[in-house]
Design a protein around this ligand. Structure first.
Ligand code: ZN
Ligand code: ZN
Length: 353
């Protein structure tokens, strides 16, 4: 496959950081080259497949072999490094990623938004990771926006022992909120630091135009009042181990399938399960989340979808994981079944009271 005519490698590029997403890498490189993310996407062939010439959000899920080749050639990367910045390597371990990759491969670039256990773009971040590791290059262009931050099951950063954040401390909007259909919010805005908020601030009611991107640094002190304790960090490490390439695929697939299915049941049955294995603060946060989002139909907040708030999601997953680990799953689940069903099954209801 020859490189498309007129496409030349950049004189200057960047080494990808560990776990970095395509959007994150493109933001850092655009910043280094003093061009907008849109211009970078255009020069690397990421806008070619879109009728309107945009870099679509689906690019962070899967790239075609031609897109990988063109992006790798212009940015001087190995094609394997480019593929590693997408969700594709996670598809064999995390079923929602597999569904999303299959949708994009089939050309359904918008139905990938339908999965409740996969964020359409990076929805959470670790402020400490974005601050960088102190090296000159990360000081200049920020640390890695990680591909794993699209997965709701990733709620904490084990390196920095903090919950992931989803809100900007200044504009209070979720990160990447402006436009979930595109790879980057405000793609034409250049000069915004990669670790700063790109969300549009208020829309000018007279002209209809958006103000500049918010621009607040996301490398701030954690906004969550709590830090993850040893139990939650252990759960997060277990989840990250299952997602790591190279390990067995089948146990990971099975664990996440069951975890997601059961988490939905737990949300429906809350508060009957809240006493099981989590702290009071976490249980209260979950209850509050379910109460607030009852009846709303925003896909990010639907009540059986993954909570975007990492603290709430952690509480939910902790309860769910403890249920999954029960010696007798049937017994553990019986407490969640409606009482009339329990009567029908012949199990004396008193046992569950
Ligand atoms: Zn971190
Ligand atoms: Zn902001």
């Amino acid at each position: 496959m020859p490189m498309s005519p007129g496409r030349r490698p950049f004189g200057l590029s960047l080494d990808p950081l560990e776990g970095e997403s395509l959007a994150g890498f493109a933001l850092r490189l655009a910043h280094r080259l003093h061009i907008s993310p849109h211009e970078l996407a255009r020069l690397t062939g990421l806008t070619e497949q879109d009728r309107l010439g945009r870099a679509r959000a689906s690019l962070s899920t899967r790239l075609t072999p031609a897109e990988i080749k063109n992006f790798a050639a212009t940015t001087r990367l190995d094609p394997r490094e480019v593929r590693a910045m997408t969700l594709e390597p996670l598809a064999s371990r995390y079923p929602p990623a597999a569904r999303s990759v299959a949708n994009v491969r089939a050309g359904n670039v918008y139905s990938m938004h339908a999965d409740r256990w996969l964020f359409p773009t990076t929805a959470r971040y670790c402020p400490r990771c974005l601050a960088g590791d102190g090296s000159d290059i990360q000081h200049a262009h920020g640390g890695p926006w990680q591909i794993l931050w699209r997965l709701p099951v990733v709620f904490a950063c084990p390196r920095h022992e903090v919950f992931l954040e989803h809100l900007c401390p200044r504009c209070q909007k979720p990160v990447n909120f402006s436009n979930r259909a595109q790879l980057f919010p405000r793609p034409a805005a250049s000069g915004v630091h990669p670790a700063h908020c790109r969300t549009s601030t208020v829309r000018d009611t007279k002209t209809g135009r958006h103000d500049d991107p918010c621009g607040a640094s996301l490398a701030h002190d954690p906004l969550h009042h709590h830090r993850p304790g040893p139990g939650l960090l252990a759960l997060q490490r277990k989840i990250l181990r299952l997602l790591r390439p190279g390990g067995p695929k089948q146990p990971a697939q099975q664990y996440f399938t069951e975890l997601i299915l059961l988490a939905g049941l737990v949300m429906i049955c809350w508060p009957r399960v809240q006493a099981v294995g989590t702290t009071r603060q976490l249980a209260e946060a979950v209850a509050q989340h379910l109460a607030i989002h009852e009846g709303t139909d925003s896909p990010l907040y639907r009540s059986t979808g993954a909570p975007v708030d990492a603290f709430v999601c952690a509480g939910l997953l902790q309860v769910t994981d403890r249920l999954l680990a029960a010696d007798d799953l049937r017994e553990a689940l019986a407490a969640l079944a409606p009482e009339e069903n329990r009567n029908r099954s012949g199990i004396p209801p008193t046992r569950h009271l």
